[in-house]
Design a protein around this ligand. Sequence first.
Ligand code: NAD
Ligand code: GLY
Length: 367
Amino acid sequence: MTTIPVGGEGFAAYEVVVGRGLLKEAGARVAALKPTRAFIVSDETVAAIHGETVRAALEGAGLKTGIVTVPAGEASKSFEQLEAVLDRLLAEGLDRKSMVVALGGGVVGDLAGLAAALFMRGVDFVQVPTTLLAQVDSSVGGKTAIDTPRGKNLIGAFHQPRLVLADIEALATLPVRQVRSGWAEVLKHGLICDAAFFDWLGGEGKAGAEGDPDALERAVIRSVEIKSQIVGEDEKEAGRRALLNLGHTFGHALEAELGFGDALTHGEAVALGCAMAFRFSARQGLCSAADAQKAEAGIRAAGLPTRLAEVDQAFSAEALIGRMAGDKKAEGGRLTLILARAIGEVFTDKAVDAEAVRAFLIEEGAA
Ligand code: NAD
Ligand code: GLY
């Protein structure tokens, strides 16, 4: 069991506990926070697999509980499901000292976290992430959001959890595509600021991409350490936190063009986006071609996409640029991208020449 503190200016410190058997221990750990109630928000898939374990654990610790579920998938990050969750919390008579327990992947964490931020002007919540992506990224740092037809994550709030319980055993039921998808965010952390970690992920640690629990545990711990440090320095993304968006501006544009369907998971889009960010950096003379190739090889070795040609759809450079300019990370109409000087050394460029990006996208195979 490893406990990683997360804390910084302007928000109360909390712990991310990484280990095995944490779903069964959730009762005692949540009860220690002394809520009047602990109500689970989950999706239908996760609730069917792990809901009863967590419900029994909470009840076993003397907590009055219950569960509300939403359909599995990104479409549940919607006003409709947010309203349904909030309405259920009201119908159940939860009060301002009640706690929301988000049991699931990033979709549930983002939705339940936003519901907790809004309910009675804000109640506490605990993240119990059950996907690798949620354990290494979305459960830590307090970003909560839903999507609208105008874009992803555009309606949200910063609302830090009181506790995060990352149970490695919960990942045993995760489909391998979802494990790899989370592995993309793990690789991203190495690419951002830890070249030795990136090397480990492609060597001794690579079994994690196939679900090996020991490698997964080490990868989750190092990822949470990295994310904790960055979020502690810059909760509201005024500066350094933006580095965590490596691969996301390209990735979001691709996801949006694909209608957020099954063609690319979020993690796969981030993997492809990271490879593109490194190739674009090399093209601009910012990092070496060798580092761009090494980044791409490490991503590909984990079974993740690195080239547009691997996606079964033709992309228009113009449409992708439009998506990138419309991304909320763009300021004043210029393109903002996280670019690389080397593996483990990335930076924010807020004035990227859109023409250079257009030429790059055409080289990459966009029309
Ligand atoms: P997800 O929550 O949709 O989970 C993926 C699938 O796995 C779902 O079908 C789910 O039901 C299933 N699942 C979850 N846990 C399982 C388990 N243990 N066993 C079997 N199946 C399981 O997707 P995700 O990849 O976890 O999260 C993606 C979302 O996270 C996106 O909406 C993205 O925007 C968001 N995100 C948020 C942040 C943040 O900082 N808040 C960071 C990264 C991503
Ligand atoms: N996933 C990016 C962030 O949390 O800032």
